[in-house]
Design a protein around this ligand. Structure first.
Ligand code: MN
Length: 368
């Protein structure tokens, strides 16, 4: 099994790519007899060219095919599936951004996952280049075929074909990759290929036009091989627009703005806690708490400062709301004020909700 992952390992530098190294994956057979099912996943990968990676668990690894156009439920549509190197089992849940300059650079989401059930003995069928199996995923179901069309080179072409069963649907009526574009594991989706971006929220990509990426670079390889040219970029923080900088002495938090109506499109909300907005500045062992106007309240909330110190962060700014909860578990502003008025050093109780990095700020290295 370890040998099966040699090519996977050779192509990647695990100090700098977030992909799993494959050292922890255990085949299903070793996970216990109660769960002999073989897993499969389809990862949507916005590399040099957007494609879908179909992975079937077999012999302790994930046998893998890159399907440029993704699966089709139409039995008349044969999708090219390029056989690629085996991947470790824990790759099945990998989502994230493979940094520029690395093999397969770009964003990965888990587009589908579940179990696959081979028709008959799969190992020999795989060697012979003719697999028939059932998928029981969140998107893909029913019977499928994977058929090798040429046995040559490192990137053997296979075909992925839907069997004509009750789960089959004409492509003209239903295109599953367009209809269901998002991750099955998270709220991630993929925005149009602009290299170096992190996975977008769903709303950003709803407008993605069919075929835009593949038309633009139809001849480009699916995976850009790793190069040394852009290695220096690997040390920049993995946040949009972030850059390394010393920890700022002070920060002004982004404040809520009153508007008459919710914005158009897809959006999210967070609870507006009724308490005091507090920013925590953590610099090594020193934790200081500031109000939104920059007043130092560290001495007013020694317990909270101490608790934040236990996070063991090297350096950070955290932004949150200090609240006191009532018996129903809801923030109560009067109780919060009473707690300060009483000058009880143990109050308010150590509830800091909604801690998050201040919007638009520079986030220094967080290490746990
Ligand atoms: Mn890929």
């Amino acid at each position: 099994m370890r040998k099966a992952l040699d090519e996977y390992t050779r192509k990647r530098d695990f100090d700098t790519t977030p992909e799993p190294s494959g050292k922890t994956g255990k085949p299903s057979a070793q996970r216990g007899r109660t769960n002999p099912a073989l897993q499969f996943c389809v990862q949507k990968h916005d590399a040099t060219r957007l494609h879908y990676d179909l992975r079937l668990e077999l012999e302790g690894t994930l046998k893998s095919w890159a399907v440029p156009k993704g699966p089709s439920l139409d039995p008349h549509v044969k999708r090219i599936a390029i056989h690629v190197e085996d991947h470790p089992l824990d790759y099945a849940t990998f989502e994230g951004h493979i940094p520029k300059g690395h093999y397969g650079a770009g964003d990965v989401i888990v587009w589908d996952r579940g179990v696959w059930v081979p028709d008959g003995e799969p190992t020999e069928a795989y060697r012979k280049g003719r697999l028939t199996f059932h998928l029981n995923g969140e998107k893909l179901t029913g019977r499928w075929h994977l058929v090798r069309i040429r046995q040559e080179g490192k990137q053997e072409p296979w075909l992925l074909i839907k069997s004509d069963d009750s789960y089959a649907r004409p492509e003209s009526e239903y295109d599953i990759v367009q209809a269901l574009p998002d991750s099955v594991l998270s709220d991630r989706t993929l925005r149009p290929a602009t290299s170096g971006q992190r996975p977008a929220t769903r709303q950003a990509t709803r407008q993605r036009q069919p075929g835009t990426t593949s038309n633009a670079s139809a001849q480009a390889p699916l995976h850009e091989p790793a190069t040394t040219q852009s290695r220096r970029e690997l040390h920049t923080p993995a946040l949009d627009g972030a850059r390394a900088a010393p920890l700022p002495q002070s920060l002004k938090p982004a404040l809520a703005t009153l508007v008459d109506a919710a914005p158009a499109g897809h959006w999210r909300y967070e609870i507006k806690f009724d308490g005091y907005r507090i920013l925590a500045r953590i610099d090594g062992d020193e934790v200081r708490l500031f109000t939104r106007n920059g007043n130092d309240w560290t001495l007013k909330m020694p317990r909270q400062a101490e608790a934040l110190g236990h996070l063991k962060l090297d350096s950070a700014w955290l932004d949150g709301e200090v609240v006191v909860l009532n018996k129903a578990g809801l923030p109560n502003f009067q109780s919060l004020q009473n707690a300060f008025d009483a000058r009880r050093r143990w109050a308010p109780s150590s509830c800091i909700h909604g801690m998050r990095p201040p919007r638009g700020s520079i986030i220094p290295t967080l290490s746990y």
